[in-house]
Design a protein around this ligand. Structure first.
Ligand code: ACO
Length: 459
């Protein structure tokens, strides 16, 4: 039976080959990260000369360990790795993470092929080489050598770049986007993006999958995994420009391929291509916490006319529509608004809008069958009331009943300074999708719309 990565992400026993007492070495950091994880497993440092490291009994070689080993992390110089893989094979190890660099990313394909030959016809799965490993936040296991503790959540992140993968942990934390797993795929000798998409598609802790890729080895398998995955797949594909494509070759040895072909293929498979990492996190936050938009008709509520127009433009540029209000909704909103203004879409609820206008107008749009998603916006104009705006959003988004009844997404956006930011901080930490730019808000709504389209296509 094929190894389906279960023991890779949830190993009962782990060995670190190249574990060291020297705290500046990667093998020391890898061992320590596993040791301090709030995760129960047997842990075995392997070192040629030590008897004990970090209080753990040390073994000279894998064969000496008196236990079955589910996962081995390898942190010895590249030239020694094939021998370690042979030992893993002899010990029937199921999964290996090769942290070591010095393989195809520097043109040393021969060494990588040597490993491929050793593992051929075995069911051993290999991550890397040239990888940071992974952090399984759902189960609190850190099988990497790098710092950074991700906030627990529902986004599975796959990164072809190690450093960017680490940066993404901090960015996600900063954005209050929780992560289920984050994994660096390195040179993708064996475990590839498609394997991980397949795994995360059935992982109960993962609701959204996000990838940073520079190139894929098996385009057909990659697209097929996205196609059969019943969760949103967000893809940041680097190397869009010809200079960027050149840079991917020298970074991970990847061929960037035709950007247009990538875009078309990702779209056809049902994935969502994001322009950058911030957009990936924006969309992930919306997709993890909101229902998809089952159509492209968006209602906008704003206390500032200018912001309403900016949102309208950004939505229309992304293929979303801002339709006129139906007569029924017009009447409802007309009763809510002050005399001086008539309802429209965007619904201008006027600069002094308080809690009631925000909440009542949003409810009116939720009830309108010709509106598929709602954006609620606030400008911190001189006499605006940001606290009432954020309070209304928090209340509406937290009301599960509201979501279950109408099944429409609500996104927030704002324009203001520090005092507004403090309030938005509370919203973000509560998982509310709120953005400091009309463009980012519209793009996130577009992501929800594409997810709605995917669901409709798949019946
Ligand atoms: N069995 C057991 N122990 C061994 C063996 C062996 N066959 N061979 C060596 N060791 C021991 C060493 O004696 C040493 O222990 P010591 O400190 O007690 O002497 C330990 O294993 C490590 O071996 P070193 O030869 O000291 O190797 P070092 O730690 O300097 O480097 C490393 C190894 C980290 C894998 C390095 O070769 C490398 O590839 N570095 C780059 C890693 C990297 O960046 N990967 C990409 C990550 S993605 C990103 O960018 C974040």
């Amino acid at each position: 039976m094929e190894n389906n990565l279960k023991t890779f992400f949830k190993p009962k026993s782990i060995a670190v080959v190249g574990a060291s007492k020297n705290s500046t070495k990667i093998g020391h950091a890898a061992l320590k990260n596993i040791l301090i994880s709030d995760y129960e497993c047997n842990l075995y440092p392997i070192n040629l000369k030590e008897d004990e490291i970090l209080g753990l009994k040390c073994y000279k070689k894998l064969g000496d360990v008196p236990d079955k080993i589910d996962l081995v992390l390898v942190s010895v110089p590249a030239i020694k790795v094939p021998q370690i893989i042979k030992e893993c094979k002899q010990k029937n190890v199921e999964n290996v993470i090769i942290i070591s660099s010095g393989f195809s990313e520097i043109g040393n394909n021969e060494l990588e092929n040597e490993i491929k030959k050793i593992v051929k016809k075995s069911k051993m799965r290999i991550l890397g080489p040239n990888t940071m490993g992974y952090k399984n936040a759902s189960d609190s296991l850190d099988a990497s050598f790098v710092f950074g503790v991700p906030r627990k959540g529902n986004l599975a992140l796959i990164s072809q770049s190690g450093a960017l993968g680490i940066g993404m942990i901090y960015l996600a934390n900063n954005e209050f986007v929780g992560v289920s797993k984050i994994i660096g795929v390195g040179n993708k000798l064996d475990i590839d993006d498609d394997d991980l998409i397949d795994y995360f598609s059935t992982d109960p802790e993962t609701k959204v999958i996000g990838l940073y890729i520079e190139g894929v080895k098996d385009g057909r398998a990659f697209m097929n995994s996205i196609k059969v995955c019943d969760k949103p797949v967000l893809v940041v594909k680097a190397g869009r420009s010809s200079a960027g494509a050149r840079a991917t070759e020298s970074h991970t040895g990847s061929m960037a391929g035709s950007d247009k072909i990538y875009s078309a293929a990702i779209k056809q498979a049902g994935g969502i291509r994001c322009r950058d990492l911030v957009e990936l996190f924006d969309m992930a936050r919306a997709l993890a916490g909101q229902p998809p938009a089952m159509g492209n008709r968006i209602g906008i509520i704003t206390n500032g006319g200018g912001l309403g127009i900016l949102l309208t433009d950004a939505c229309e540029e992304n293929g979303l529509k801002i339709p006129k209000l139906s007569p029924k909704t017009y009447k409802k909103i007309d009763r809510i608004l002050p005399e001086i203004i008539k309802p429209n879409n965007p619904v201008d609820i006027v600069g002094d809008a308080g809690f009631y206008r925000y909440e009542a107008c949003t409810k009116a749009l939720l009830e309108d069958p010709k509106i598929d998603g709602i954006i609620v916006a606030s400008v911190h104009g001189g006499y605006a009331r940001p606290r009432e705006f954020t309070g209304a959003i928090l209340k509406m988004i937290r009301q599960r009943k509201l979501h279950e009844e109408y099944k429409k997404p609500i996104l927030g956006t704002w324009v203001g300074g520090k005092e507004f930011e403090d309030l938005v901080y509370d919203l973000k930490s509560a998982g509310v999708p709120i953005y400091p730019s009309s463009w980012r808000t519209a793009r996130s709504m577009f992501g929800l719309y594409l997810e709605g389209e995917r669901i409709k296509r798949n019946g």
